[in-house]
Design a protein. Structure first.
Length: 529
């Protein structure tokens, strides 16, 4: 059959042959010119679109505010809805203008990578952050109203844990760059091992100018990571005072397999940001510089690590775990390639380091470097896979993220039912699923309230409790020992101390359980009157 609408052999000579019409010629644009202004010479190609330097910077900032502004305007409208419906509609329909001031402060996570540095640089250049002096703005002179009154910068250094000669503490370099902006930003520099420092909160209070308070006092909780039950028990005060916080963190990293260490370091980073956000007064938003490339990597690696239950919460552009502040990720529609170009345009490459090198934390043996390019964890393997695939298939990242945007959280964010390590909601069937897939013997599924009471009673009496029954599936996978563990290693295994925030979460969950029980039986209680 030909391309026409007449079957072969049935057409007459007069009818001829019906041919398929030719495609219209599409006028190709000159790629040597910018496709936005069509005047300047193109310098960069992003998604088959050519840009000159000014148009690229404008396009990057446009996509940045396209993610940031709607969230801030929606929050402002919800806050005004109860007071004035008319002002609420005005706040929600401001169009392309920047949102009104939030009357709060902002905390920005600065890792030293291209994304976080680009995020902070754009906010400062566009005058989104005030100096905390409540200065009156004169719009007739072109001055802009800041969205946040004051800014705080938090940087967590992991260089003491990385076994690599090229890994150095870059806190001073980043601090000097932040201070050079002359925007009265408060620098909060922390170490990863501060999670074992009992005076951590007072250290942060001193930095932000607050008075010290009484700290959480405890000798600590130890866990046996060679036992699948993960038994925990209190530590004698004499033994806990002999080691430094750095030694304690190195000890738990050495006990974990290399593939599990990046997951623990990620929980440490999140806990330090959470503690800092809770202490700083009047913080309304916490901004993190996660690009779309990083989001795609987290989606693939998180699924492989068993984080599927909480992935929708971790990948969300906005998340409000507590009523005090909102966590935002305004760089979600920007790739790592674009922020790298931006830092190059601004001359910031001298302070940028994109490689965290978490795979090199803790002791390393030859058998731990069996992966391609000496990868030791699923996170680094996923990063390499997506980076290499994105060279030949530029739509890889956007395709993965579009799939991730369809995920929804099916659980409920109930208080007191969160993982003590990652502080995310716990799947009630986590231990049951783990026991089905593991070759080692794991404890059976137990009621959360029963386990909490067992742990509390065990710690009070100096006996053992079980941590495995309280962890989410991902953290249970992180802390569960390898399938093949020799008897000699199990006999010689020494318990390691858990970070302070884990102990506080365990105690907080117990107190929450008591309060909930009291609320249930309050109708049967006899009043003192």
């Amino acid at each position: 059959m030909s391309c026409g609408d007449i079957p072969d052999g049935l057409a007459t000579e007069e009818q001829g042959e019906a041919l398929m019409p030719r495609k219209k010629k599409i006028q190709r644009f000159d790629k040597s010119l910018c496709q936005k202004c069509r005047e300047s010479k193109s310098m960069y190609i992003i998604r088959n679109v050519t840009y000159c330097k000014p148009c690229f910077e404008y396009s990057l900032f446009t996509r940045f505010i396209r993610t940031l502004h709607p969230i801030l305007k929606t929050e402002a409208a919800l806050n005004l809805k109860e007071k004035d419906k008319k002002q609420s509609r005005i706040a929600l329909n401001q169009g392309g203008t920047r949102p009104d001031t939030t009357n709060g402060s902002i905390l920005i996570g600065l890792s030293g990578g291209s994304s976080s540095i680009s995020l902070l640089n754009m906010l400062i250049e566009r005058e989104y952050i005030g100096k905390g002096d409540d200065k009156k703005i004169d719009r007739t002179k072109g001055e802009k109203q800041p969205v946040w009154n004051k800014g705080y910068i938090i940087h967590v250094d992991f260089s003491d844990l990385i076994d690599d000669s090229n890994s150095q503490d870059r806190s001073d370099i980043l601090k000097q760059w932040v201070e050079s902006k002359e925007n009265e930003l408060v620098w909060i520099g922390l170490k990863a091992y501060d999670v074992y420092d009992a005076n951590l909160k007072n250290k942060i209070r001193k930095i932000v100018g607050l008075s010290e308070e009484k700290e959480f006092e405890s000798s600590g909780i130890a866990v046996d990571l060679k036992n699948p039950d993960l038994p925990i028990f209190p530590i004698a005060s004499s033994s806990s005072s002999t080691s430094t916080p750095l030694d304690q963190l190195r000890s738990i990293l050495a006990t974990l397999p290399p593939a599990s260490r990046p997951s623990l370091l990620s929980s440490i980073l999140n806990s330090l940001i959470t503690v800092t956000s809770d202490i700083i007064p009047n913080v309304s938003h916490v901004l993190l510089g996660e690009t779309s490339t990083r989001q795609a990597q987290r989606l693939i690696s998180g699924t492989a690590l068993g984080k599927g239950y909480t992935l929708p919460l971790e990948l969300a552009v906005t998340n409000k775990p507590y009523s005090k502040y909102t966590i935002l990720k305004p760089m979600k529609d920007i790739t790592i390639k674009e922020v790298s170009i931006y830092t190059h345009l601004k001359g910031l490459n001298s302070i940028v380091r994109n490689d965290r090198k978490w795979d090199y934390s803790g002791p390393i043996s030859k058998k731990d470097s069996r992966g391609k390019d000496h990868t030791r964890s699923l996170e680094s393997l996923t990063e390499q896979f997506i980076a290499n695939l994105g060279v030949t298939h530029p739509a890889t990242v956007s395709t993965i993220n579009r799939t991730g945007d369809k995920l929804t959280f099916t659980g409920e964010k109930q208080k007191g039912i969160s993982c003590p390590v990652c502080q995310m909601p716990v799947d009630p069937n986590a231990l049951e699923w783990k026991s089905r897939t593991a070759l080692t013997s794991l404890p059976s599924k137990a009621n959360v309230e029963t386990v909490v009471s067992e742990i509390d009673q065990g710690l009070d009496e100096g006996k053992q409790g079980r941590l495995a029954t309280l962890l989410c599936y991902a953290c249970l996978t992180t802390f569960t020992p390898p399938t093949v563990v020799s008897k000699v290693i199990r006999e010689e295994a020494t318990p390691v101390q858990l970070p302070i925030w884990v102990e506080q979460n365990l105690n907080g969950r117990h107190e929450m359980g008591r309060n909930e029980m009291r609320d249930e039986i309050k109708d049967f209680l006899i009043s003192e009157e």
